[in-house]
Design a protein around this ligand. Structure first.
Ligand SMILES: C[S@@+](CC[C@H](N)C(=O)[O-])C[C@H]1O[C@@H](n2cnc3c(N)ncnc32)[C@H](O)[C@@H]1O
Length: 243
């Protein structure tokens, strides 16, 4: 079972996301254990202060080393597995599907959610933490990023999804965006399901889906298609035939 610890100031924000759908099932079936710890419980003064003004001036408040690192030490002692320590920050490496796969193969992960202006830099250094961002935008806290990462990991745990194929065919799993999907009825307000999907010819359906995935990727994420084509070169450097 993978254990994910989240160090946060706002644990209540996780109440709903952890108790629905795939994450709920994953927890109930023992695939994943998610443990929330409140950084504020480790504050030393009577005001439960966890932040202070930045040295050098500037707006906002910065999370102090002591409460965060004491909280981390406390949770690390709860389990023999040391765990990968991850600071959630817009300054981190961008989270993507390969990172989700890599994290899903770990035994234990410790996510630290920041707030205010972020962390005292010495937290990263003392914790030996890596930094992950969920995208090039700034949110108010690391709680939503933690939920995003947990959700992406849980989907990849063997047995978490009813149909194993649904993760294998998801966007990004082979470097492309997913092909368009259709369900009943065959026609809706004049819009028809492509004939090939009704043909029963699995080879043709496969080919159509691959072409559509490439088209969609080219349209919305040409950067991904470029990477995909580079990876698809054979040993002579020629582009492998894309069906
Ligand atoms: C308002 S942000 C701090 C932003 C920081 N001053 C900066 O400019 O990089 C507060 C906290 O939200 C979280 N956060 C915000 N945006 C994020 C993102 N894109 N990815 C991961 N965490 C993020 C981090 O934990 C961060 O410490």
């Amino acid at each position: 079972m993978i254990r994910i610890d989240v160090l946060t100031l706002f644990g209540e924000m996780f109440d709903s996301p952890l108790n629905f759908s795939i994450i709920k099932r994953g927890r109930q079936s023992g695939l994943i254990d998610i443990v929330l710890s409140n950084i504020r419980d480790f504050a030393k003064d009577s005001y439960k202060k966890v932040d202070d003004k930045p040295y050098g001036g500037g707006a906002g408040m910065v999370l102090m080393c002591q409460p965060v690192l004491d909280c981390l030490e406390h949770v690390q002692k709860q389990d023999a597995r040391p765990g990968r320590v991850i600071l959630l920050t817009p300054q981190g490496k961008k989270f993507d599907q390969p990172t989700a796969k890599e994290l899903a193969a770990q035994q234990r992960i410790i996510l630290i959610a920041g707030h205010y202006e972020g962390f005292d830099e010495r937290i990263r250094i003392a914790a030996g933490a890596e930094e992950i961002s969920i995208g090039d935008y700034v949110l108010s806290g690391g709680e939503l990023p933690a939920m995003v990462i947990i959700d992406a990991i849980v989907r990849l745990l063997p047995g978490a999804l009813g149909d194993e194929d649904s993760a294998a065919n998801d966007s990004f799993s082979d470097g492309l965006l997913e092909y368009p999907q259709y369900t009943r009825p065959e026609e809706f307000k004049g819009l028809k399901v492509p004939d090939v999907l009704l043909s029963g010819n699995h080879k043709e359906i496969e080919k159509w889906r691959k072409r559509q995935a490439i088209e969609k990727t080219n349209e919305n994420r040409p950067d991904l298609l470029h990477k995909y084509k580079k990876q698809s070169r054979d040993s002579n450097g020629a582009v492998k035939k894309i069906q």
